[in-house]
Design a protein around this ligand. Structure first.
Ligand code: NDP
Length: 245
């Protein structure tokens, strides 16, 4: 995505992958590799928040960073996931209530962003431990044991269930109850039809995977990487093009 933009707009940069096993080594790895920017993905976004010298904007609200840029020797941390997701769901029209599956970094960013727009947010997670943050900011929270079925405009899977396996984000009977009560479904996972989205498809619910979210967060991250030296429309055009390669 990023290389397609850099190449087509003759920007002198390249984007590659680094497997970071230990999140606490993020900062030293960044400097050792001589990077000028990075995206951070599952499961190191909370570690990325801790690794930065300064946190800018919305990332402060959620304690989760997905984009780091080096400026004057300091690491600046941003979160572009939430606005990327708002871009992705525009086509669903007005959304007033949302159920989020999962309580990790992505769920934190999205829930805080939805609440900012006065959307009602419920969260369901496999384990209780990570729900405290969501209760504090005003979400209604459930675990698999105490979930009560309710109607939602949109249900979003932010768990990593289905990413590298064929698991559902919750037991099948809960997923059925959830999907029988929603207008739209989205998954943060992209590049495959997850078992969760397959059920949505079979129930004829309008759904989308995480590709547009990926695009949205990527455009915003690229703007930060190049310090706004490229036009947003051009970044968008070439990033979109990379999806067809
Ligand atoms: P985290 O590791 O921070 O959180 C993962 C969450 O998934 C936790 O709530 C965890 O529950 C839950 N979970 C993991 N495995 C299972 C399972 N088998 N069944 C049920 N729940 C499970 O991850 P992130 O929030 O950073 O990322 C989540 C997903 O979103 C990833 O798949 C990632 O690829 C995708 N993503 C996509 C983006 C895009 O641009 N499209 C952007 C950002 C993320 P528990 O608390 O119980 O462990």
């Amino acid at each position: 995505m990023h290389n397609c933009v850099f190449k087509n707009l003759s920007y002198p940069a390249s984007y590659t992958r680094v497997l970071l096993k230990d999140g606490s080594k993020l900062r030293e790895t960044f400097f050792e590799l001589g990077l000028s920017g990075a995206n951070i993905t599952v499961p190191h976004k909370e570690a990325a928040f801790k690794a930065c010298d300064e946190i800018i904007g919305f990332a402060n609200k959620v304690g989760v960073v997905n984009t780091i840029v080096k400026k004057d020797g300091k690491l600046l941390g941003y979160n572009t996931d939430a606005d990327g997701f708002m871009f992705a769901i525009q086509e669903f029209g007005e959304i007033k209530s949302i159920l989020i599956l999962g309580a990790g970094g992505t769920a934190k960013a999205l829930s805080a962003r939805f609440l900012q727009d006065n959307i009602q947010v419920d969260v369901i997670n496999r384990s209780e431990g990570r729900l405290a943050y969501f209760k504090d900011i005003g979400c209604r929270c459930f675990t698999w044991n105490d979930y009560e079925s309710k109607k939602y405009d949109l249900v979003v899977n932010t768990t990593s269930a289905g990413l590298k396996d064929e698991e559902l984000p919750a037991p099948k009977e809960i997923i059925d109850a959830i999907l029988n009560n929603t207008s739209f479904v989205a998954d943060a996972i992209y590049g495959k039809l997850t078992p969760f989205l397959k059920i949505a498809r079979d129930k004829n619910i309008i759904y989308k995977d995480g590709a547009d979210m990926l695009l949205g967060q990527g455009v915003l991250a690229n703007e930060l990487f190049v310090d706004y030296a490229l036009k947003k429309e051009d970044i968008n055009t070439f990033m979109k093009k990379s999806f067809q390669l």
